[in-house]
Design a protein. Structure first.
Length: 275
């Protein structure tokens, strides 16, 4: 978002850094109103409503203060971190020959070209849980002359904000953002994009849904298209079945599910994967 990429995890409003509150233990962000309501209604056992991580009042940080603190860090250390980041970029794997690219990456490139033939102004977000897949995709995009940026969990708040701001420019800027699924699945607004590509399946479909919702935000003016790539005759087919079973369970489980029922469900999921 224009306010630095923060978003309240409860009401989903975009927040400027001066208005965002961050929980130290899990890094999820909230607006003052929602956080105040949470503290008033939760009693003594405050937990993040997203991940259920416990927190105390002393664990609540102002995003603006956190950014200021980061900016005052040792310049030598910051320069060293920047140098390491550059080295990591330089070590990015050599582009694979076109005939050796994974079929998913080839399909992604074909889909992007087809989309841009219809409307060159479209932008895409590509999610994967695997660093190697992001590496291969990034090098393939570069080889095809496609400008892209990357968002990963190891990035600082400032780095994340810069990447999101660059990608979200109304005119120009990178056409593709590569996102680590767990790093970019929550708390950011990527409504500048309208194409979403899921390069692999996650154990829990809710994680994928949250990632896709980063694009389907208030302010989205285009039709959103989501493409999920699934390898035939692979473990991903079993993962897909697990996702569908979990969705069905969620729809029918508005009443409380016992701990024993939840345990049996997890055991059944593992059997589905490894049998």
């Amino acid at each position: 978002g224009e306010g630095g990429g923060f978003e309240c995890a409860v009401c989903l409003d975009s927040l400027e850094s001066c208005k965002a509150r961050i929980l130290r233990n899990c890094s999820h962000s909230f607006c003052d109103y929602c956080l105040d309501r949470l503290l008033k209604t939760s009693g003594r056992s405050e937990r993040c409503p997203l991940c259920r991580t416990p927190f105390k009042a002393s664990d609540i940080l102002q995003a603006k203060q956190l950014e200021a603190r980061l900016s005052q860090e040792d310049p030598a250390k910051e320069e060293e971190e920047e140098e390491e980041a550059c080295k990591a970029d330089a070590r990015m794997m050599e582009p694979l020959p076109r005939d050796e690219r994974p079929l998913k990456v080839t399909a992604l490139l074909q889909s992007l070209r087809a989309a841009w033939q219809q409307d060159v102004g479209q932008k895409a977000v590509v999610f994967s849980q695997f660093t190697k897949m992001l590496d291969i995709t990034q090098s393939s995009l570069a080889e095809e002359g496609i400008e892209g940026v990357r968002l990963e969990g190891k990035m600082s708040l400032q780095q994340r904000a810069r990447v999101i701001e660059e990608f979200s420019r109304a005119e120009g800027g990178p056409s593709v953002m590569l996102v680590s699924l767990k790093a970019g699945g929550q708390g950011i607004n990527l409504a500048r994009a309208n194409l979403v590509y899921m390069m692999d399946l996650w154990w829990n479909a809710a994680v994928e849904d949250q990632a896709q919702d980063r694009v389907w935000r208030i302010g989205q003016t285009r039709n959103v298209r989501v493409v999920r790539y699934l390898a035939e005759d692979s473990i991903e087919e079993r993962l897909l079945q697990i996702q569908e079973d979990k969705r069905a369970l969620g729809r029918g489980a508005l009443s409380a599910v016992s701990a024993e029922e939840a345990r049996r469900s997890r055991v059944a999921d593992l059997r589905t994967l490894f049998t």
